[in-house]
Design a binder for this molecule. Sequence first.
Ligand code: PLP
Length: 365
Amino acid sequence: MPAYLDYNATAPQRFEVIARMQALQVEPLNPSSVHAYGREAKKHLEQSRKAIADIIAAWPNEIIFTASGTEANAMALRGFSGRRVLVSAIEHSSVLKARNDVTPIPVDARGIVDMAALDALLSESTTPALVSVMLANNETGVIQPIREVAELCKKHSALLHCDAVQGVGKIPVDFGVLQADMMTISAHKCGGPLGAAALVLRRDLAIAPLITGGGQETGRRSGTENVGAIAGFAVAMECAANREHMRGLRQWLDVMELEMLAQGGVVFGTKAPRLPNTTCVAMPSVSNEVQLMDFDLKGFAVSAGSACSSGRIERSYVLAAMGVDKDIVGSAIRVSAGWQTTQNDIIMFTECWKQTHSRLNKAPK
Ligand code: PLP
């Protein structure tokens, strides 16, 4: 199997997660049922809710389970009517496209949200605002100063949503410390299953549900909860709370980056705090599509910024928002490592990148 270096797309499931889910999957588990099976399901659901809440320093009743981070983001952005919605220009498409009236907040060349611009945007209207700024960017790994953004939002009586999907398991994610009013987390990015995520909503806030029906999740998100996946989510969060492996990853990626820089590579986001597992690097004058095919043939699964569902690679709007030159943007790829990545994987990939660079950089265009 190829060396997997695309954890920001999805992480392999932890063995503990698989074991927990297999144990639960044999039971008929609908937490809304009133019989013994239903009570059992409810017990698992509430235990998982409590475990996740404890890890992110939230109250259990602040956790609303959803089927994906995309859904949680849509709920956050659509759930408050009458507000102007301001979102950073580098948000994931599930935030950018959650509604068609969002105002973008620019970022600077480091990839950090422009606080002066946000202040000005918040000052220019008396309509209350809803601001959405992500904790860490999926392409560059750049970490945003959410606490400062939260203070600015408070000054202007604006609500703050933080998409923390890429932060969980990589850096501390503490709902209390971040001071956001809402936060999105998703299981499959931290070693849990697909199909489980959550919107964390400050408990004194009421949100209009996106999905109505049976009234699950205290009426805030109808639909039978995916008890097995949610239990897997809780186990993944518990495993990911130990971030010891992340320290090693950053050291190995730093060595890799130095070698790439020495050969003319361009690494993005280095002037800002970054996730320990992510490197976004351009190989100037070699298109990222060509690179990805080459790496794939050689047994490395990496990605370029935002592959859309058709598999086509779109030019990165994240790097474009940082003011990166168009040609360089088209030659950038993302390496994202995780819990199963070894130092050898990174050394082998670095060698492969250097060989590809030597060969393709000289090839006639
Ligand atoms: N937010 C960020 C920053 C992401 O990277 C992703 C997935 O790539 C999402 C949201 C969407 O999460 P999900 O795949 O659970 O819908």
